[in-house]
Design a protein around this ligand. Sequence first.
Ligand code: BGC
Length: 479
Amino acid sequence: MKRRDWLKISAITSIGLAFAKNTLAKTAIHYNRKYPFSKKDFGNEFIWGAACAAYQVEGAWNVDGKGASIWDTFTHKKRKIHNHDNGDQACDFYQNYKNDIALAASLNLDVFRFSISWSRIFPTGKNTINTKGVQFYHQVIATCKKQGIEPWITLYHWDLPQELQDEGGWTNRKILHWFEEYVDFCTKEYGDVVKNWMVMNEPAAFVGLGYMLGYHAPGKKGPFNFLKATHHACLAMADGGRIIRKNIKDANVGTTFSCSPVEPYKNKTNNRKAVQRIDTLINRLYIEPSLGLGYPYDGFPALRRIENYFEEGDLERLKFDFDFIGLQNYFRIVGKKAIWPPLVWAKEVPASKRNVPKNEMDFEIYPEGMYEILKQFGQYDGIKNIIITENGVCFKDEIVNGKIHDEERIQFFKDYLQNILKAKKEGVPVNGYFVWSLTDNFEWSEGYEPRFGLIYVDFETQKRYVKDSGYWFQEMLQD
Ligand code: BGC
């Protein structure tokens, strides 16, 4: 399977079908100082960070008592990954965390966002705790604090314990109880020190790709899997928020959503209606229930079938008043009316057919989309604070004499940040930006080829090299 933007988009549009140590670089390189903005323009409260996820960086997949996750199983058995890559070693963050966090600090970042691997804490997903795994995250947190970096934790970034999947995973309503136990444990264990929490990473992506199209772990397909997993993920998201708030005094409670501006191809009237359905599935389906708006049947009536999985009180249980929402934008979707797939009656016109700038994964580079999406989400009542918890780009990075001159990536950041600033100036409450990602890492079904990091990783030697874009942040963020 080729590129991930295609995956993400078709995960959604196919629904109708289925219904029917490099050492710290002390020497700053001086780039073009002509920033279109300065750090000050964003205000003192604005936070700057970099993000990663357990399975994409940690490696050590079976070390010190860790249990298998669905991604271990999927990459080992299914061999659906580009080049047959897997996350067994990844960036070996398990061994290299001190160095990597020190590098993040050297880039003048305020925040390091990482996720906890559920099966490192509970090897079988429930009941029995793995103390070595618990200890590992204590060390990661302590290292962040020592380096003057605030840890922001995501509780679920897609690596479900395999034994829970053996019982149905997100399609089994018991997941609500298993997830509750896991969140309760983590927040009691780390909550004295860590105040910033995200319940989930992009439910649209892990449900769509993992339970509808089968391109991601656990490789399940079909509309019924999709609807059940969607409903359980939305309930677990709200439950998770309540547990964090109950267990941690002064917690900053959030969750993250993937989002893309959706536009009609050639702005034709026929296409306008069609793309509304895509917008509903991509942008509205997972956030609206938490805002108390229920599922967005108005934009996609066939979604009503999700009510088959409702129990009494669910509509109320879906609501949670998050302190912030994380938005993650990578591309724009341009769609048009189509006779296939049924119910959606719309399809995407890929970037490759539109003669637009693209990254290595064929994601369209469209900085104005960041502004558009901020305006769109900023319009909901009840959104108090928005953090861009991921944004970034993969290019073919070439390492020459230990240096990576990634000018295109620097331009990308300038353009996207300028659009964030524009939305902020117009009153959208956006107060943070986290780069995806700190280091190059395992890019799910695309393996190790796409490189998103501010820091280049030589996966053979595990050596790190700060890219020019990393130095650009270092310089831009210095006080
Ligand atoms: C995910 C990351 C992923 C990134 C780039 C996001 O949807 O949260 O895990 O690496 O996209 O594709």
